[in-house]
Design a protein around this ligand. Structure first.
Ligand code: NAP
Length: 477
């Protein structure tokens, strides 16, 4: 803060201020357009570019808004951020994007909490305490920033399996957690009423970071992507509060957009899994299911080799491919493309059924299939394609599990009961590619694999798909 000095009122200042306002308007419009364009695969690339240009405009505007005395620390921050961010963007695999996103939220929220804290301690509390309304926004900024910082680190740790992915639960945990949150809110209210009570500020900070940890550890790894969308929302709200404290309209707008989009995304994800927010946050979903493992031992499965799969596919008139998390793990999207080409050459109608929560993040399958240049018009959303399965000759399941588990329709005791699924079991033949009989993310067995018309094609998706595509191309079938 001491690096910045307000400009004196000069004609030069007037011109700068008009320019700054213009850059902020441009940035705000680009942020809105970015969100709009990011919502469809066709325009997503444009959305990314719009967001990047918007952010560049926002940074330029923010630097010009003040007369920066020394750029040294800004350059140091820029270099450190770049050194951390660039390798993460370049080398982190697609499957690790959720934890990378969690890290970004953690850093963003930490920045908001630190700016809020610095701002508080820069006030002359004795002679010119901050207005109550500013103090209220500042407390909210620090509370949300603190809990999002530690919460996002916990989420990242669980997804990266540095921390145990199972829900860590203890007696009356929700009561303790809510008590800690309640105390933090009380501290905020007291500080708003009496900004001079500076001894309360560190307590508010400690309570908020503690609540962040305790909020996330009881949630299972399976729910982390949804939790991350929610933490995204908190980070956005924290930035918005920071905008009120700093008097930055752009920060208020950008934070509100981030907060709202994160919240909407988590609502969509909860709906797609047929779960409520309370169930995600307090349901301890993902605990090992003792009964399911025992049940699977009794059932038998029929397995086939890649050449047999090639024969079955060759004889089909229409095929629906169902990609899932296993395709992402195996990085099998290019082999899927090779198979698609082979089948399309034979005039076989091939479609791709996309479940809203297949993989580990929204749009995961769309991104991978787009990378392999599968035509967009071949992709169909769940509601659009579910009616086609009874007429489908082969449903080819590529590393998907929970999203095709029929138990979701009828087994009331199943943790995924009620989740809308892709009706792969209704196809005439099902070929399921996976490495073993191990369960998917929800930790439960899948009766699809033991149905009479299901054939298991065991192995890494990339390897077996390469085998099937090779078989088809070599034999010119
Ligand atoms: P899934 O249920 O997690 O199953 C993935 C399957 O892929 C596993 O059974 C695994 O079996 C197989 N697999 C792993 N590596 C493989 C490889 N190299 N080659 C072949 N197969 C491989 O995946 P899903 O059906 O996509 O379902 C997604 C799950 O994540 C749902 O439970 C959903 O609720 C949850 N979720 C998703 C989101 C989201 O935004 N997408 C958010 C929150 C939660 P093997 O180990 O036997 O190979």
């Amino acid at each position: 803060m001491n690096l910045l000095l307000a400009l004196h009122s000069t004609p030069e200042r007037e011109t700068t201020s008009v320019f700054v306002t213009a850059t902020f308007v441009v940035a705000a419009v680009l942020f809105v357009l970015a969100l709009k364009w990011l919502s469809a695969p066709k325009t997503a690339r444009r959305g990314n570019i719009a967001g990047e240009i918007g952010m560049a405009a926002a940074i330029i505007g923010a630097l010009l808004q003040y007369h920066v005395v020394s750029y040294e620390w800004i350059v140091v921050g820029f270099v450190i951020g770049g050194l951390l961010g660039a390798p993460m963007a370049i080398w982190m695999p697609m499957t690790a994007v959720p934890q990378r996103t969690a890290l970004s939220h953690a850093f963003g929220a930490l920045a908001a909490a630190l700016v809020g804290s610095a701002h508080y301690y820069l006030f002359d509390l004795k002679h010119a305490p901050p207005p109550h309304i500013i103090m209220a926004f500042l407390c909210l900024e620090v509370l949300l920033g603190g809990l999002t910082f530690t919460g996002s680190l916990m989420a990242c740790g669980k997804l990266q399996e540095i921390l145990p992915t199972r829900p860590i639960v203890w007696k009356n945990q929700n009561v303790y957690n809510l008590a800690i949150l309640g105390l933090a809110v009380l501290c905020g209210i007291a500080l708003t009423a009496h900004p001079q009570a500076s001894w309360l500020f560190p307590i508010l900070l400690v309570l908020s970071v503690t609540f962040g940890v305790l909020l996330i550890v009881p949630i299972g790894g399976a729910d982390m992507p949804t939790v991350i969308a929610l933490l995204n929302s908190y980070a956005g709200l924290s930035a918005s509060m920071m905008g009120f404290v700093l008097g930055s309209k752009l920060l208020i707008i950008a934070g509100a957009l981030d907060g709202a989009s994160g919240f909407i995304l988590s609502v969509i994800m909860c709906r797609a899994m047929n779960r409520s927010f309370t169930n995600v946050l307090f349901g301890a979903f993902g605990q090992p299911q003792a009964s399911s493992a025992a049940a699977s031992e009794k059932k038998t499965v029929r397995s086939i080799a890649p050449d047999e799969a090639a024969q079955i596919l060759d004889a089909a008139r229409n095929v629906i491919v169902i990609p899932g998390y296993g395709m992402a793990v195996a990085q099998a999207q290019h082999k899927v493309r090779e198979l698609y080409d082979q089948l399309a050459l034979r005039g076989i109608d091939v479609k791709f059924a996309i479940h809203p929560v297949a993989g580990r993040m929204p749009g995961h399958m769309n991104v991978l299939l787009a990378e392999a240049e599968i035509p967009y018009d071949r992709l169909a959303e769940m509601d659009e394609i579910n009616g086609d399965f009874p007429q489908c000759d082969v449903a080819l399941v590529v590393g998907a599990n929970d999203v095709v588990n029929p138990a979701a329709r009828h087994d009331k005791s199943s943790p995924i009961y009620g989740m809308p699924i892709l009706n792969a079991d209704k196809a005439k033949t099902v070929i399921a590619i996976k490495r073993s009989m191990k369960p998917g993310f929800a930790g439960i067995d899948n009766e699809l694999y033991t149905l009479d018309h299901t054939l298991m094609l065991f192995g890494d998706a990339k390897v077996v798909l390469a085998g099937v595509a090779k078989e088809l191309s070599e034999n010119g079938r």
